[in-house]
Structure formats: structure tokens, C-alpha cells
Design a protein. Structure first.
Length: 242
């Protein structure tokens, strides 16, 4: 790989043209963020129970005294041996943000259907500190369209990322991010969810690679990613399944 080599003056002209696009992207991002904040909300009336290290907790309990809750739907199914490499890649960026999020009235929690002991073992392996709870035995993952039963996958279509997709494009678990708000009355609302590549901007490493000379240098979406303790074995193919 080598791009065209030009004079400093030619480079400056090209860079200024790109700057206009970068500024346009920034303005568009600001507009999208404003539209996101203006979305209508849905009241969450259903009771959900989660297994946590402190015992059973409700969705309202997960706010941990704050008014805003971000739940990352982490792909780790009940029978999986390890978490999804892509979800693990994103999770590597969370711990450093926690003090800033908590100070800004936001609680971050990962949720998976795997039993709590399996979550705890993988969390220890990865060295993470963020809260991570189990929705095993709950409808939560199914209601927020990130888990699919064998019966779901046997249908002609499954619902993911706000549309119907072929079951072949789905696994029993898929990733996502959901936001919740709790008011002074204790009522809980669901303002926002994002799936597939939607939470990609949370992965700071990708944003850094986008500015490197070779960019992401990938042959498929994040095909270069391994769990952070697996890079010594460069031949290990990443997989989000089991």
C-alpha cells in the first residue's frame, strides 16, 4: 500500500478539502445527537429480575441511585465458553470511563444471559471492573431483541436492529446498547437502543485507527480483533459464537 506522494502544497490543499468533510461530519453528529435526545420514551412496566453479586435486583435497582442507566447487551450465552470478541473489544474501553459516567449521573451495566458464575469467571479473565449482571431466566434480552431462542431462529425472519432479518444473519445472542431513565417517582423509561454497528463510536481504538495511515486495515468488520489475551496466537480466528 502506498498513496500518491505529492508536494507539501498539494497535500495542504487536499487536507483542507478533507477538513470541510470532517466539519460536516461533526455538524451532522451534533444534529443526530440532538435528534436522539428528542426521541419519545416508552414506560417500562414489566418487572425484570437480574442476578448480581449482591443478589436479585430489579431494573430500577441497577441504576444504583442515579437517574440514567446504560445497559450494554454483552454477547455471552448460557452455554458459551467465552464472551464475544467484538463485545470484549468494546468492554476493554469501559473501565476508564466509569468515574466520569458516574459523576455525570450515569450508571453503566453489562447484561448477559450467561449464569452469574460464568460471567464472573470471564470478567476475572479479562480483568474488568465494570458491573456485569445476568438476565438468565428473564425475558429481558428477548424483549430488547438481542437474544433468540431456537424457535425464533427456526422462523423465516427474526427482529433485530429495528427490522426483520434472515435467521442466518443472527446468532442466539447479538450485541446492543440500551438507555433507561428513572424519575423521582421511581418510574423507569426506555428512551433509546442501538444495535449492530450502532455502538461503534464507544470503541475508542477504532476511532484512533481511523486516523492511522492504514486505517482499520480490515478485510471484514473488525475481523482483526482478538480478545486482549489472545493476540499472541495470531492465527486464532475471532468468533462471536460459543
Amino acid at each position: 500500500m502506498q498513496n500518491e506522494v505529492v508536494s507539501r502544497e498539494q497535500w495542504l490543499a487536499a487536507r483542507r478539502a478533507l477538513l470541510l468533510k470532517e466539519k460536516e461530519t461533526t455538524r451532522l453528529r451534533d444534529s443526530v445527537n440532538a435528534a436522539r435526545l428528542a426521541l419519545p420514551w416508552v414506560r417500562v412496566d414489566k418487572d425484570y429480575a437480574f442476578d448480581t453479586p449482591e443478589g436479585k435486583r430489579s431494573l430500577a435497582d441497577l441504576f444504583d441511585g442515579r437517574s440514567q442507566l446504560l445497559i450494554y447487551h454483552f454477547m455471552l450465552g448460557p452455554d458459551w465458553e467465552a464472551g464475544c470478541p467484538g463485545c470484549s473489544f468494546l468492554a476493554d474501553h469501559v473501565d476508564g470511563a466509569l468515574p466520569h459516567l458516574n459523576h455525570h449521573d450515569v450508571t453503566w451495566v453489562a447484561v448477559s444471559r450467561a449464569p452469574l458464575e460464568k460471567i464472573a469467571a470471564y470478567k476475572r479473565r479479562m480483568g474488568w471492573k465494570f458491573p456485569w449482571v445476568s438476565s438468565f431466566g428473564s425475558d429481558f434480552n428477548f424483549d430488547y431483541h438481542v437474544s433468540f431462542s431456537p424457535e425464533d431462529l427456526a422462523k423465516d425472519k427474526v427482529f433485530y436492529n429495528f427490522t426483520a432479518i434472515e435467521p442466518a444473519e443472527a446468532h442466539d445472542e447479538l450485541p446492543g446498547l440500551s438507555a433507561f431513565y428513572r424519575n423521582d417517582k421511581g418510574e423507569v423509561f426506555h428512551p433509546y437502543s442501538s444495535y449492530a454497528r450502532g455502538p461503534e463510536e464507544l470503541i475508542g481504538t477504532l476511532m484512533i485507527l481511523d486516523r492511522a495511515p492504514k486505517g482499520r486495515n480490515e478485510q471484514g468488520t473488525m475481523n482483526f480483533v482478538r480478545r486482549h489475551d489472545e493476540y499472541e496466537d495470531a492465527q486464532t480466528a475471532p468468533s462471536c459464537c460459543h
